[in-house]
Design a protein around this ligand. Structure first.
Ligand code: ATP
Ligand code: MG
Length: 512
């Protein structure tokens, strides 16, 4: 059988193809529409006669057609390469130069500078696609045949190159195969109990693993309807939540919902599952959300290089969803926590998270050195995250097979020769009255190598006293962990996936 991911997903489409697959505030697309529209676009891509493995780079606003273009690229056997819509000319120049795509699709408002970057990268085929179904891509595809034989692919053939979010440095292109993506989609389909009558509220961007793969594949493979919104908008979310059963979001989405007084149990009457990921969900958000909606948000953990790795249980028979943890290794995925010498650590001990499984990527695009560095000799991928099994979280004992992410190895602070895990101090600060959230970073220090600095955001209307916070911490933890400075600011810098940009904070507060 054909291991092409499109063929795999299509296997989950409902028998009745006249049902609605995708809905926006203005339009409905049936499963037949998906099949026909992706056929037209795949015919266009096939007509370009590109060599196998050619990349299709796409930087467009979210729309149903943007999803159809992804699926068409899979069908045509080419490699999909989504790009963050926030990137401007110099960034696009880097990505196109690095990826050397054969086709570039962009928003018509950016055509001039995207074409310049495409020319430099030697890319001859540039199309436009806008949110209102206009642009040269659909003009060219519209008249083509509405049938297309999905190109046969093997599990190891490349399906997509996903650039990482660039939270810790320059983005790297993770090479994901049809087999990687299919394996993860199948596991999640089962683990999260996806059903044909589910309705997914899709508000995430689709240039990232969360919205493009986890969310879309989930609904497509289940044959479930998606409500397709361009972004998180509180009015729209509240309009569509009552008819939805599943929502996926980054933690800031849940904070936004909670800040809206209209959000209550009634709005969630049909909801079956709220899922969070991409960044840590604060224990306070988890418990506030549970109080207000009756739902325990399911937190899971993954990354561009591996798709999903661990998840809190869906089925209550399998265990509780615990705040501050990312749950168990998904079926078929191996996760280990090791020290710097590669020795497995006991529950409660903090170390490097390494993973293996059918979902793990084969390497970084055109970065053989980096790829070698990030895999161990025995084939485990070094996630760059620091975590522990079991231990304690939000005042609860955590079972030994639940993972908690403590931070990133690059954010580890070494002060006076001692390791300082920012999360430990952030948790203490977050628990103080009047604190909304915090970020703890290391900055250069002449004596200690690095010094601990805290950046704290007060709750609305609260006044915080930096010296009092330092004094309280001094009474509770070792002196080398106590922030030498506490900066109080209005909000933490975040990227589009809701990740706190500690590199930005380190730069801003480097002078003690
Ligand atoms: P870069 O690799 O370029 O620095 P990035 O790691 O942020 O950027 P992504 O692949 O988009 O790029 O994000 C994966 C990372 O997100 C994980 O390695 C982890 O640090 C973080 N993450 C994802 N889910 C969670 C979660 N539930 N809790 C804590 N962190 C999470
Ligand atoms: Mg990363």
């Amino acid at each position: 059988s054909n291991a092409n991911l499109y063929a795999v997903l299509q296997g989950g489409f409902p028998k009745d193809r006249s049902k609605v697959a995708l809905e926006t505030p203005d339009l409905q697309y049936t499963w037949d529409d998906i099949d026909r529209a992706t056929a037209c676009m795949a015919n266009l891509l096939a007509s370009l006669d590109l060599p196998a493995g050619s990349r299709v780079a796409v930087q467009v606003e979210k729309s149903p057609e943007a999803l159809l273009l992804y699926l068409a690229t899979l069908r045509a056997g080419l490699v999909y390469l989504p790009l963050n819509t926030a990137y401007r000319e110099s960034e696009i120049e880097y990505f196109l130069g690095n990826a050397e795509p054969a086709v570039v699709v962009c928003a018509s408002k950016n055509l001039e500078w995207v074409r310049r970057a495409a020319d430099k990268a030697g890319c001859a085929h540039v199309f436009t696609l806008d949110e209102d179904r206009s642009g040269s891509l659909l003009d060219a595809a519209g008249g083509l045949s509405q049938t297309f034989k999905t190109v046969p692919r093997k599990p190891d053939d490349l399906a997509a190159i996903l650039y990482t979010s660039g939270t810790t440095g320059r983005s790297k292109g993770a090479m994901l195969s049809h087999g990687n993506l299919a394996a993860n989609a199948r596991v999640l389909n089962d683990y999260w109990g996806w059903r044909k009558d589910d309705v997914l509220l899709h508000m995430l961007p689709i240039f990232h693993v969360h919205g493009l793969f986890v969310a879309s594949h989930g609904a497509l493979l289940a044959g479930a309807k998606m409500i397709w919104l361009p972004k998180l908008d509180a009015d729209l979310a509240l309009r569509y939540l009552p008819q939805s059963t599943v929502m996926m979001g980054v933690p800031t989405y849940y904070v936004r919902l909670l800040s809206d007084p209209r959000f209550d149990r009634g709005v969630c009457a049909r909801m079956r599952l709220f899922i969070s990921g991409s960044a840590p969900l604060l224990a306070e958000t988890f418990s506030d959300f549970q109080k207000r909606s009756g739902h325990a948000i399911l937190e899971r953990y993954g990354m561009s290089e591996t798709v999903m790795l661990t998840s809190n249980p869906y089925d209550p028979k399998l265990g509780e969803r615990l705040a501050g943890t990312v749950g168990r290794a998904l079926p078929g995925v191996q996760v280990r926590v090791v020290d710097d010498a590669g020795i497995a650590l006991a529950p409660g001990e903090i170390g490097n998270v390494q993973v293996r499984g059918p979902n793990v990527f084969s390497g970084y695009w055109r970065m053989p050195e980096k790829t070698r560095e990030e895999f161990t000799d025995d084939g485990w991928f070094k996630t760059g995250d620091v975590g522990r099994w079991g231990g304690e979280s939000a005042g609860r004992d955590v079972p030994a097979d639940y993972l908690s992410i403590v931070g990133r190895s690059k954010d580890l602070i070494i002060s006076g020769g001692y390791n300082v895990y920012p999360k430990e101090i952030e948790t203490l600060i977050d628990d103080m009255p009047g604190v909304a959230e915090s970020a703890v970073i290391g900055v250069p220090h002449a004596d200690f190598g690095e010094a601990v600095v805290a950046v704290v955001v007060p709750k609305e209307g609260a006044a915080l006293d930096a010296a009092a916070m330092q004094a309280e911490l001094k009474a509770r933890i070792a002196n080398f962990k106590v922030p030498k400075r506490v900066h109080i600011i209005d909000q933490l810098p975040r990227n589009t996936m809701g990740k706190v940009q500690k590199n930005v904070l380190r730069e801003t507060y480097q002078a003690l």
